[in-house]
Design a protein. Structure first.
Lengths: 230, 230, 230, 230
């Protein structure tokens, strides 16, 4: 079932390693099949160098295992919640990448200090509120998804394709698994440069018109970055 | 004698190199044989790229050389002391990894700022007290083990599998050599992210209930991370 | 047309990857043909690992496409403006390299804190002024070139072969594409060391006579660094 | 002439690249032949990947070229001055390695914050005084050697095998070229960890008795680190 998608999800997971975003098994990527709504996700705790497409787990839209003998990533309920609420997304990634995680641990939004940020994220990258004791003790992984959704009630998840979970680490998403991986790479890169920007003494984000210019030259109907077939 | 264990200890030592935790010969891993209580440890000052399983040195529970023509790591007495006092451990690792060593040089505990930390260490990673002049001048390496054991009189060494030696560097341990290596990787990663968390302005550790959740979903009888055979 | 130059420009672009100056497609190198005045530049948004010499785009001195089916880099108008105003240069490079970009995001000049800087840049590396709303909204990429040219009205672009664009990232240039790449490597290295110099507590640049000595032993008629044929 | 030594000096220079201590041609290693007193040194400005043993330049004890058609490293007069004054040394290395250079740019000594430092350097690593205008304008490279020698009038160059040149970068030395390279690696590593130690809030060096213990267990007549043949 969904053998092609399993291959794609395997590649997305291995790309996290290739981009130096994961240590051990600390990361997971998933993708949603547009037709069935099924979600293909990495199994829990399998080393990346032994991982094969056939190890991928298929879940239905409620997170129930449809195929696969291995347990899905322990973060699967968060992925499921994001897919449920963010209708347009097709891929989700979670890592403990070192710079974005440092911002999550500091509990701070990542301001848009430059055009690198603006090329992918249309505004500052939010840090969700900390979970309450109840939210942690019961249905922790689902509630992690819920606090993410909560902060996006007033934000557009398609133009801000990532978030920091307080005291934890980043989640990113996109139109498919590859897109979510790309955003995981970008959030790490802008987290690193934003850290240094602040240490150098600046805490003022770029102007809205510069943010508009860069975001909109790569996204939306008037985009002119890349080739036509992009 | 213990040829299989020597191979395992060689691999553990080479893994320290693979994970970028050592420069030159600044690191050592050992493992204890459960049956005989013998300890297999890296020889002193042999370059990693020339090291073979047959170079490993076998010590008895008192640190006396049982087999091997090479001298054991100069830190062997510290390993022996840890094995003597921490009955449940099966492996010990020492490195001068750059981030954990920076914290050791600062003489500061590493607070639990995030869930990456909580996944492996159940509370802040302690920095042992500085050794006195007498402790340094006589039986230095044994005393290094003793100040580690001292700080664990009020802490659980199995749920906090590592320590910073003041002005020196980290020691980690685990159920075997591989486990101790894993903890050396983790202590380095959390040291790096904790540094950045503090520079970003946060010095408040995560809540106890979040620490509980993450530590206990990977460890103990109710763990649900990874596969059943894990 | 200009097949040899296309090969050179391809190599220059791949060298940006080799020197770890680019993530994804965030960078571009171009070179000007001395005879025709034509500019050969990287296409927009093509992954580096699929890029071939035949993909390079040829522009005339006004930036009009002369050959090539692909669109040129979206930053091409900035390159064109620099070639138009800086008559002696033969190559231009743009990257979002992590350290130089952090300084650009902080909106700060990089002071000449040491002789590494002085070996290549004869004075502090300027950060251009931020573009106005009008400059961003109309002819953004051309205006990016214009604010660079503006700050060099009182500076010598040949002895200061690079600049930071405010809130954006560095541009460098040189006698050809390779030279511009070299300066992109150097600006990144001095940005990194200048950051640390400031964190260590020093904000005083080196003396003018030391700057003179180092710059002039590598450049100009009395240079004595390297071999005669250099 | 001295073909074997040329091979050794080539290897020493390439080891600087392997240890990530040099960018482009920013570094040089030399070794002194004990019998003739001749110095074999890297040529100036030759890329490392094209460098061969036959390119090495042989100088006499006064720095006069004895063999080799290429010009020696422009820093050769500094090497010569160090060999002249430090009778026991057999190798010299100069790099612009990123962390040690940052300390040199800050004009600060590197305090002995930990045992990694103490294993190789018996006290804080000094930063020489800045050169005067006259010293820079006339015989600059010789004077660079002289200010190094000056600060060692009250220090032991054999137990402190390295120095920071103010506003410039580190020089290290040792019993041969390989030893000098090792010290270049160590100075970089301790510079990095000392930076972080200070950012974490500690500026107090380790106790003298701990410095003694670590330095003397690796050096001198009572050393017990490594194997007998070491």
């Amino acid at each position: 079932m969904l053998e092609l998608l399993k291959e794609k999800v395997l590649v997305a997971n291995l790309d996290l390693v290739r981009h130096n975003l994961v240590v051990f098994t600390w990361g997971n990527a998933s993708e949603r099949d547009r037709e069935t709504g099924y979600i293909v996700i990495k199994p829990s705790g399998i080393p990346y160098d032994q991982m094969k497409a056939e190890h991928m787990v298929v879940l239905d839209a409620n997170g129930k295992s449809v195929e696969g003998e291995l347990k899905p990533s322990s973060d699967a309920p968060t992925h499921v919640e994001l897919y449920r609420q963010f209708k347009e997304i097709g891929g989700v990634v979670h890592t403990h990448s070192e710079w974005a995680t440092s911002w999550a641990q500091a509990g701070k939004n990542i301001p848009a200090y430059g055009t690198t940020h603006a090329d992918y994220f249309y505004g500052e990258i939010p840090c969700a509120r900390a979970l309450t004791r109840e939210e942690v003790e019961t249905d922790y992984e689902v509630n992690t998804g819920r606090v993410i959704v909560e902060i996006f009630e007033s934000l557009d998840y398609m133009s801000l394709p990532g978030v920091l979970v307080h005291g934890h680490a980043p989640f990113t998403w996109g139109k498919d698994g590859k897109d979510a991986v790309d955003h995981a790479v970008v959030i790490e890169e802008v987290a690193k440069m934003a850290f240094r920007t602040e240490v150098l003494g600046n805490r003022i984000p770029i102007e809205q018109f510069l943010l508009d210019k860069h975001y909109l030259r790569k996204h939306g109907k008037d985009a002119y970055y890349g080739q036509q077939y992009d």
